[in-house]
Write a protein that binds this ligand. Structure first.
Ligand code: CS2
Length: 465
């Protein structure tokens, strides 16, 4: 038996059911990038809002490329379960918030229709760092073939910019209000970056629309946090045994979740606070702290952990050499923050505990993906601030050496949009000059941080060792 609207009535009592009538909810949110993270995070908050009586915030989830999520969720009428795994065991809930799932390449007009529907007020995004199509310097990569295609503003879009631009163009033509466009990706100042990138895209092709979008739309920044590892076939089998039916769209996650949102909307919004979201005037302190402490430590665990033969985060956390290094990295990251965020010591302790959760194996190789998109904001921003202020950041230098070694690709595939450029740099410069080619004067990441000579020497030394 497969989970769907009908069979869901036969789920065992241990599964918490959505407390509202799904069928009568209009779509209010279009989400770009419906992967496991969205299903474990924003969709759960939206489900809580509707369970608390808020109405018409059903989600249309869009995959920009792959058909896999639609294939898993459409036969299930958009239903799926979330399993929270922690010290207290496993709690399972059924989430009803997703009403429709679209594989954009098969139905681009449906996506645009929904973006231009009067009942749609919010577009959320989890398209991962690379979905923003930034060059190494952080600006929009106008050389990218998909951006060049979308810039023509005709035919099915391929990137978030093409969808947003065409969707907004229709709204404007139809005299509708603007949208709240809310990035839920791990980027510093995420929606402000998105606003600037979208504006750069529009300015080059339709400056009038760019002006309208800047006035009519809101781009609230947000800090999103929940560890949701990629689901394995064994997870799906385990969940099927507990549910008494198959759920091909199930997600597994930790009990912890946090969402801090800048309180700046273009129109109505779901009452996400019903699920515990915090609406605040300024999120950057939370966001930067999370990015540098949690995600920065995650990336360090990934490259150092893989090099030491570990497969999962919780195993790397048991490594007596790595655990203190990663804790120090969090404290050094906290020192780099301009604004006071969470208290570093208790925040770091909580992260250590979350990372050590043995009930939720999180593959280091998954976190190691797309390093060129993650390392600048997770580590280089920390190093830039700490080195300039004369503060030590030895753990970051070790992590950086491990990443540089990793992208050489000895004995493994490097999954990264810049993998071939990184491999070419390695071939051209070798071990003695690669560090400089990346973070030295004129290096690939020099726009984020140009490291002084002594730092290049010490990272090169670590790499040699
Ligand atoms: C991880 C994040 O894959 C990664 O790069 O660091 O997905 C992390 O698990 C989440 O941001 C936690 O909120």
């Amino acid at each position: 038996m497969r989970l769907n609207a009908q069979s869901s009535a036969r789920l065992p009592a241990l599964v918490r059911q959505p407390g509202y009538d799904r069928a009568t909810q209009a779509i209010g949110v279009v989400h770009l990038g419906i992967g496991a993270f969205h299903r474990a995070h924003q969709a759960v908050y939206t489900d809580d809002a509707m369970a608390a009586g808020d109405r018409n915030w059903a989600i249309a989830g869009v995959s920009l490329r792959s058909r896999a999520v639609r294939e898993a969720m459409a036969p299930q009428d958009g239903l799926y379960t979330v399993s929270e795994r922690g010290a207290a065991g496993e709690a399972i809930r059924l989430v009803g918030a997703v009403r429709e799932v679209i594989a954009a390449p098969d139905a681009p007009d449906r996506v645009l229709d929904l973006m231009a529907a009067p009942t749609t007020h919010v577009v959320t995004l989890t398209v991962s760092e690379k979905g923003y199509v930034r060059g190494a310097g952080g600006g929009l990569d106008f050389g990218n073939a998909d951006i060049a295609h979308d810039a023509k503003m005709e035919g099915p879009p391929r990137t978030i910019y093409g969808y947003l631009a065409q969707g907004l163009k229709r709204r404007r033509a139809e005299g509708l209000s603007g949208l709240t466009i809310l990035s839920c990706d791990n980027l510093a100042e995420n929606s402000a970056q998105l606003a600037a990138l979208l504006n750069a895209f529009l300015e080059a092709h339709d400056a009038e629309l760019g002006k309208w979008a800047a006035d009519a739309c809101a781009f609230p920044c947000s800090m999103v946090d929940r560890i949701a590892p990629a689901v394995t076939p064994a997870d799906l089998d385990h969940i099927a045994a507990r549910l008494g039916m198959r759920d091909e769209a199930a997600v597994v996650t930790e009990p912890f979740r946090q969402w801090v949102i800048e309180d700046k909307f273009a129109g109505p919004r779901p009452k996400w606070e019903a699920g515990g979201a915090q609406l605040v005037a300024n999120v950057s302190a939370y966001e930067t702290a999370k990015l540098r402490m949690l995600n920065g430590a995650h990336s360090a665990l990934a490259y150092l952990g893989l090099a030491r033969g570990h497969a999962h985060v919780h195993e790397a956390m048991q490594d007596a050499e790595l655990a203190p290094l990663v804790r120090q990295l969090m404290i050094d990251a906290a020192a780099s923050l301009d604004e006071r965020g969470p208290d570093p010591e208790p925040y770091a302790a909580q992260l250590v505990e979350r990372f050590s959760n043995p009930a939720l194996p999180h593959r280091l190789a998954q976190i190691a993906m797309d390093g060129s998109q993650k390392v600048p904001q997770r580590w280089l921003a920390v190093l830039r601030a700490n080195v300039a202020a004369g503060r030590s950041s030895a753990a970051h230098l070790r992590a950086l050496a491990a990443w540089i070694d990793y992208v050489k690709g000895d004995g493994h595939k490097v999954e990264d949009p810049m993998a071939s450029e990184l491999a070419a740099l390695w071939r051209a410069h070798g071990k003695e000059r690669i560090v400089s080619a990346l973070i030295g004067e004129g290096g690939m990441f020099a726009q984020t941080w140009t490291a002084p000579a002594d730092v290049i020497t010490s990272v090169t030394g670590l790499l040699r060792a």
